[in-house]
Write a protein that binds this ligand. Structure first.
Ligand code: ADP
Ligand code: MG
Length: 444
């Protein structure tokens, strides 16, 4: 987002000013509709604040389609400890302010039930999460949600947290990724702060622990988590766990943890169908300032099936593309904007035309050169490379390849393939270059 915003800012000010002030600040956080930037020193911060905030604010609003405010800070912590996020919990919390405010700001304010679209793929998981939010510890405990990447597990978990805090702000909601839990645990051992580590997690009223599959193989952390889990369960506190797979498929998860996870409710989220995908991007599109035509929404929903994060990313890309290039949002501009994303997909058919294009780029020649009669080395070598790759990764026959390369004979193609194979065997640098080109063509 920031990169796209920078593109918008660039033409509006002098290059010197741009390089001096804008390239140095680092976006670090987005909380409560506020973008936080880290600046290196007081002086830079002062200049930016006195002169450039409106420019940054407008550019960000244009890119994201949502107005927000901008704050420049000198220390990362200042972006975490904004007073707005610190207030709800701090006054009642047993632990120090720093910990509780951090926990709140580590949740994304946008991940609420309101912004969650219910489809057949997540109906059950959603219902379970709402039930848990309305009566924590009384129904499904623990609640275990599993599903593939980008399907809304984190969103749902944090929605539980927001919902509970909205009617019970004094509750201690702790949302943590398994990775953070592990890192905190390791830090605690190293710095001998085990007690405060334990207080932090074992005093939670609601513990939301995300991506638990990362606990596999970490024996020490599993042990610690087991005790945290038991303590909370004995005190009848709510626990919600997410994972990319069901408990029984997490390798090296200790049996006693597995059986605990299975003792509550297990619910899954799977990939959304077309209608749900449309509903999700339509909802997301509402936050943009411009109308997005239905055919563009269908085009995106048709192209991306199994990851909602990518679905949203595609929409943002289409929107940013039209802003940057000042073109309307329609099916044509959407196709161009998403070209790079789709090239990476496996199901794309790779044509000899595309192979020529990529190969020509690596050798600094044109596709016309490839098809031409020119026989200088600077052109014949790349042409042979492109023929070799076409032979290697497409289903085209030898005569057909000859035709596609300026109407050449099939023996020319055979000769090209032999030459390139030989050269690759004798010259590692050459071989690596060919492999690089092939990787780009295959999109990986
Ligand atoms: P996961 O944790 O399963 O990998 P996330 O919860 O991070 O996935 O979701 C990825 C993105 O998709 C987030 O931006 C989230 O808001 C969005 N998303 C997922 N499911 C839905 C849904 N049903 N309605 C609206 N947005 C969704
Ligand atoms: Mg997640």
């Amino acid at each position: 987002i920031w990169d796209s915003a920078l593109e918008l800012i660039k033409p509006d000010i002098s290059p010197t000013s741009f390089n001096t002030w804008f390239l140095k600040i680092k976006p670090i956080n987005y909380v409560n509709n506020t973008y936080y930037f880290l600046s290196e020193n007081e002086f830079e911060k002062g200049i930016l604040e006195s002169r450039h905030i409106p420019l940054i604010t407008n550019a960000l609003a244009e890119v994201t389609g949502k107005p927000g405010s901008v704050k420049i800070v000198l220390k990362e912590e200042d972006a975490m400890l904004s007073p707005e996020t610190a207030t709800p919990n701090a006054s009642h919390s047993i632990v120090d302010d720093k910990v509780s405010s951090y926990q709140n700001s580590s949740m994304n304010p946008k991940y609420t039930f309101d912004s969650f679209v219910i489809g057949e793929n997540n109906r059950f998981a959603h219902a379970a999460c709402v039930a848990v939010s309305e009566a924590p510890s009384e129904r499904y405990n623990p609640l275990f949600i599993y599903g593939g990447v980008g399907l809304g597990k984190t969103h749902l978990m944090q929605a539980i947290g927001h919902y509970i805090l909205s009617y019970a702000p004094h509750k201690k909601v702790v949302y943590v990724s398994c990775e953070k839990f592990t890192n905190d645990f390791i830090d605690a051992i190293q710095n001998k702060t085990n007690i405060s580590f334990r207080n932090k997690y074992r005093s939670a009223d609601i513990l939301l622990i995300d991506d638990i599959q990362f606990l596999a193989k970490k024996e020490g952390t599993q042990e610690e988590f087991f005790h945290t889990f038991n303590t909370l369960q004995q005190e009848n506190k709510q626990i919600v766990i997410s994972s990319d797979r069901p408990p029984k498929e997490i390798p090296t998860l200790e049996e006693r943890l597995r059986s605990r996870f299975e003792s509550g409710l297990i619910t899954d989220i799977y990939a959304p169908n077309f209608e749900t995908r449309i509903a999700i991007i339509r909802k997301k599109a509402e936050s943009f300032s411009d109308e997005i035509p239905n055919e563009v929404l269908s085009f995106i929903a048709d192209s991306i099936h199994s990851n909602i994060r990518e679905l949203e990313g595609a929409l943002t890309t289409v929107f940013a593309y039209s802003k940057l290039h000042k073109v309307p949002i329609n099916i044509e501009s959407a196709k161009v904007a998403l070209k790079d994303i789709f090239r990476k997909k496996e199901d794309i058919v790779i044509t000899s035309e595309y192979i020529k294009e990529v190969t020509a780029k690596y050798f600094n020649i044109t596709v016309e050169d490839m098809n031409s009669k020119k026989r200088t080395r600077a052109i014949s070598v790349p042409r042979q490379v492109a023929m070799y790759i076409t032979r290697d990764i497409t289903e085209l026959s030898l005569p057909r390849i000859g035709e596609e390369f300026g109407g050449r004979d099939h023996s020319t193609v055979i000769h090209a393939c032999q030459k390139i194979t030989e050269e690759m065997a004798n010259n590692t640098d050459f071989k690596n270059l060919i492999l690089r080109i092939q990787r780009e063509i295959n999109g990986n």
